[in-house]
Design a protein around this ligand. Structure first.
Ligand SMILES: Cc1cc2nc3c(=O)[nH]c(=O)nc-3n(C[C@H](O)[C@H](O)[C@H](O)COP(=O)(O)OP(=O)(O)OC[C@H]3O[C@@H](n4cnc5c(N)ncnc54)[C@H](O)[C@@H]3O)c2cc1C
Length: 433
């Protein structure tokens, strides 16, 4: 019997478990740990609440989760409740699928002003991640600035721009919906250091901005490269640029909420009086694909700033870490003998949910190469003994089912669920307290 511990129950964790079941069948025991009492990582707490069809992928993980030799061990933070060294004693292989849950710093003056958030925190807040439930962003001002030119920036701009009716069918949590109902925000500026051809925004997400009830996206036609240059782009990117070209066409609109794409715009400082009020921006030019400051500066009004500029994996004691890359130091997923990483913890924060599937299968191939015959490890029995001795009470997949049912039962009309946003609420729903 091979005993496999997977740390993190997001897509990378579940795809790795699926791959392990495919390869070893009944000859493997898989324990999937998560620091949250609820599974699925960013499917639950990252993917936008108004993108339910994407969140539906979690249903596919159920089949894996319910295999008799796969177990969910929730509310156990590896590195805090149990160490990597302890898990390596108990399991043949330990796979870190811990994602990249921390915001990268902007590294500019004023970053610590009030109402300035990273996207992990802000998205976590509207998606009900217990770590960010108390964020309390202030929507009293009129102007928001979102820094970054990826899909997360688009998610945030869209969420800020929507009217309450546009959240029908979404699982945005009540505290966020209530706060947004009273929002005074009337403009979002999306700052990108480079130009339209350098965006990391996909056509679907861009297209959505064109059909919002009260908001209109705007692009300065002067920022767009000559149309002939679009021919060299891959088809997806070409579609994205077509959306930007449509936003640049000067069609009259009485929609009061503006979403402005400000390209070639590098934030240099956040300015405010306790709370942020403006962003100091330097105009850039592209030099060999890099954004280089031109010396021309200007200010953008900003009562709320959200930086969507990427994420970092959290270090864990005893695990080599690549500080520059913000993820575990690894060679194709191998960290140390018996210790592996997968998903965002291996590659950094890029790609779609599906990108993590081949990653999971590849790491299982590597484990198979390294462990032609499993050792004599204790696996879950050993972990249970350790948890009992240490007083670590964990959550099972059956407990999660109870939490899930309770969330569905308390959903507001038209919503798929109303998430619990605190661990103790989740545990109470699971009948644990
Ligand atoms: C805002 C946002 C929106 C996105 N929207 C989309 C989308 O619409 N479509 C799409 O295809 N992709 C989307 N993505 C990308 C997608 O979510 C990722 O590709 C995917 O979630 C990465 O999977 P992962 O398993 O590596 O990490 P995660 O999903 O982050 O899972 C990591 C898990 O590890 C757990 N964990 C972390 N540290 C520990 C620890 N020490 N001990 C125990 N557990 C721990 C976490 O609680 C978490 O459950 C989005 C990402 C973000 C940030």
């Amino acid at each position: 019997m091979l005993h496999l511990a997977i740390i993190g129950s997001g897509p990378a964790g579940y795809y790795t478990a699926e791959a392990a079941l495919k390869r070893w069948g009944e000859e493997v025991h898989v324990d999937i740990f998560d620091l949250q009492p609820v599974p699925f990582g960013l499917i639950r707490s990252g993917v936008a609440p108004d993108h339910q069809s994407i969140k539906g992928v979690a249903k596919r993980y159920d089949a894996v989760a319910q295999a008799p030799n796969v177990r969910f061990i929730g509310k156990v933070a590896v590195g805090r409740d149990v160490s990597i060294a302890e898990l390596q004693e108990l399991y043949d292989a330990v796979v870190l699928a811990t994602g990249a849950p921390s915001d990268r710093a902007l590294g500019i003056p004023g970053e610590d002003l009030g109402n300035v958030f990273g996207s992990a925190a802000f998205v976590g807040w509207y998606n009900g991640h217990p770590h960010f439930a108390d964020l309390a962003p202030d929507f009293a001002g009129a102007h928001a600035v979102v820094i970054g030119n990826g899909n997360v920036a688009l998610d945030i701009a869209r969420i800020l721009a929507k009217v309450p009716q546009e959240f029908e069918g979404a699982d945005i949590v009540a505290h966020a919906l209530d706060a947004l109902k009273g929002s005074g925000i009337a403009s979002v500026t999306i700052l990108g250091r480079r130009g339209p051809h350098q965006i990391a925004m996909t056509p679907k997400e861009l297209g959505e901005l064109g059909s919002l009830e009260r908001a209109r996206p705007r692009v300065d036609p002067a920022d767009l490269p000559p149309e002939v240059e679009d021919a060299a782009l891959d088809p997806g990117m070409r579609k994205s640029i077509q959306h930007l070209r449509a936003f640049a066409a000067d069609t009259p609109s009485d929609k009061p909420f503006t979403i402005d794409f400000d390209f070639f715009a590098a934030p240099r400082a956040l300015i405010g009086d306790g709370s942020v009020r403006k962003v100091e921006v330097e105009r850039t030019a592209l030099v060999e694909g890099r954004a280089v400051g031109t010396g021309e500066t200007y200010q953008v009004p900003a009562d709320l700033v959200i930086a969507a500029i990427g994420y970092r994996t959290n270090p864990i004691e005893g695990v080599p870490y690549d500080t520059a890359a913000g993820r575990f130091a690894n060679e194709e997923g191998r960290i140390l003998p018996g210790l592996y990483c997968v998903g965002w913890a291996r590659r950094g924060p890029s790609g779609t949910i599906g990108t993590n599937r081949p990653d999971g299968f590849a790491i299982v191939d590597r484990i198979a190469e390294d462990f032609p015959a499993p050792g004599n490890k204790q696996g879950r029995v050993g972990f249970e003994a350790l948890a009992t001795a240490r007083g670590v009470d964990f959550v099972t997949f059956r407990d999660w089912r109870k939490i899930d049912e309770a969330e569905v039962a308390r959903a507001r009309d038209g919503a798929p669920r109303e998430k619990f946003v605190a661990f103790d609420q989740m545990l109470a729903a699971a009948g644990k307290h």
